[in-house]
Design a protein around this ligand. Structure first.
Ligand code: BGC
Length: 248
């Protein structure tokens, strides 16, 4: 079965058609910039572009969204417009886009894909999957079961939260070398290890492919690996989320 998966990020909106059985993307990825400001109407217009690009006529669409999504309601808005707070995202997107839309947190989506088709496959115990992009997203699994909306990027750090220091956007904004940036990332990973005692930490998001530039500066006493599905993980997991059994 093929489903359109859309990964809404703080910077870009990426989409593709996903074969749910194999976990493979079927077409070339389509990408548009996240509108500024990313209001509900502006985001919905961008989603329509993605649907039109694939000429998608299917009954379902899965969307990964960079916010806490609880029972179809968007609860937070760190890197998108504040109008999304308490916005009935499943219902509004479904009505505007004319099909059944399922929205879940973007990191949860990418994590689900990585646990099913990537490096997390078959790993028992606690797996902490994090994405280092515009923000820091997290997905925590125990024996393969997701605890949704964990928001580990929002742990307090220095005068703010870890996301403001250890995300890829923070590295770019602060014009840090990989080594300088890795210092904060190392503190972050050690903190996650201390509070969660994971069996595996997986680093996802676009930056996982640059691991050879910063991996040598990390010293964390836990199995630490980069995710394998790279930028497609969020799209694949979003499509998988339409099959509700992936959501607690
Ligand atoms: C948001 C999370 C999201 C992460 C990655 C954070 O700012 O609070 O919900 O998963 O960014 O996009």
């Amino acid at each position: 079965m093929e489903i359109l998966g859309i990964d809404v990020g703080g910077t870009g909106i990426k989409s593709n058609i996903v074969d749910l059985k194999s976990g493979n993307v079927v077409n070339n990825r389509f990408k548009v910039k996240t509108p500024i400001p990313a209001t509900p109407d502006a985001v919905m217009a961008s989603l329509k572009e993605s649907i039109d690009n694939f000429n998608w006529k299917g009954q379902q669409i899965g969307i990964g969204f960079p916010a806490v999504i609880q029972n179809g309601i968007c609860r937070t808005a760190s890197n998108i417009d504040k109008a999304f707070i308490n916005f009935p995202i499943d219902a509004a997107f479904s009505e505007t886009l004319g099909c059944e839309v399922t929205v879940i947190n973007d990191a949860d989506a990418a994590g689900i894909a990585e646990m099913t088709f990537g490096k997390g496959k078959g790993v028992n115990g606690t797996v902490v999957f994090i994405t280092l992009g515009t923000g820091i997203g997290s997905a925590i699994f125990h024996n393969g079961v997701l605890i949704p909306n964990t928001e580990m990027g929002h742990l307090l750090y220095k005068k703010s939260i870890f996301e403001k220091y250890a995300s890829n956007a923070a590295r770019e904004r602060r014009k840090l070398s990989w080594k300088q940036w890795a210092k904060d990332l190392n503190v972050y990973l050690n903190h996650l290890n201390l509070i969660l005692t994971p069996d595996l930490i997986l680093i996802g998001g676009g930056i996982s492919k640059n691991f050879d530039l910063y991996g040598q500066y990390l010293d964390v006493p836990v199995r630490l690996e980069t995710a394998s599905l790279l930028n497609d993980a969020g799209i694949i997991g979003a499509a998988m989320a339409t099959q509700k059994n992936y959501i607690l």
